[in-house]
Design a protein around this ligand. Structure first.
Ligand code: BTN
Length: 237
């Protein structure tokens, strides 16, 4: 598998640099950092990115698909991280929180920030691997592979496994223009907050309903209504 990895010991944010280079870069160019000084999360949050501990990377995609299908890509990226890490977390179920957070033990282990610029999709992944301590943050409490298993993990090995998983899943998606049904079935088996009442916020609008499922276009169906973008902000158990 041919992939081009651009490695930085320290960088502001791999997403920021990938966005700047998005026109000239080829598909699957990866920006990987040992440390991010301004790691970015969704909705203007920071992403905790201490040196040497976790994976912080962004990669470039140039899919030839209609714009309405772009929201599938973050879900496929989240699912590929799930497939990559579940083998290390034997006995602990990994959940996908729509659209693309990964949750273990009710705590967030991975966040994904997807941007779309110049007909390019930039997928930025922060996967907590070897951090034992985290600053207090709003929203989901963080966790990491080391916290859940007590074991130290090789970051590059995990990155390469992820890219292999993602490439296969992404290429199948490009062929059929929808999430293929065995994958969709598994995504829905691992859907966080399924059957729970949630509130989803997008810009200044919000919707409340019961989480039903993710459909083949990547929309979250809550109380029968399709939601294409937003963030689950409130949960009633
Ligand atoms: C989230 O808020 O859940 C998304 C977090 C995304 C963090 C990753 S780390 C690598 C890439 N570079 C960034 O600045 N952000 C993403």
């Amino acid at each position: 598998m041919e992939i081009d990895i651009k490695f930085f010991d320290s960088i502001t944010s791999t997403n920021e640099i990938a966005v700047q280079n998005s026109i000239k870069d080829k598909e699957f160019t990866i920006y990987l950092a040992n440390y991010q000084t301004k790691g970015r999360g969704r909705n203007n949050r920071n992403w905790y990115s201490p040196p040497g501990e976790n994976l912080y990377f962004s990669f470039i995609l140039k899919p030839k698909i209609k714009t309405s299908l772009l929201s599938v890509i973050p879900i496929l990226a989240g699912y590929s991280v799930l497939k990559t890490i579940e083998r290390y977390l034997k006995g602990k179920k990994v959940y996908l929180k729509w659209p693309n957070d990964l949750i273990v033990n009710n705590k967030k282990i991975c966040g994904i920030l997807t941007e779309y610029k110049n007909k390019t999709v930039i997928v930025g992944i922060g996967l907590n691997i070897n951090s034992r301590e985290f600053p207090e943050l709003e929203g989901n409490v963080p966790t990491s592979l080391i916290k859940e298993t007590g074991k130290y993990f090789d970051r590059l090995n995990i990155l390469l496994n992820f890219m292999k998983n993602f490439k296969d899943i992404y290429q199948t998606f490009l062929k059929f223009h929808e999430i293929n049904s065995p994958i969709l079935k598994e995504i829905n088996e691992k859907l966080y907050l399924k059957d729970k009442i949630v509130e989803i916020k997008f810009k200044d609008k919000s919707e409340k309903g019961i989480v039903n499922y993710i459909n083949k276009d990547g929309a979250l169906v809550i109380s029968g209504k399709k939601i294409y973008a937003g963030e689950i902000i409130k949960i009633e158990y």
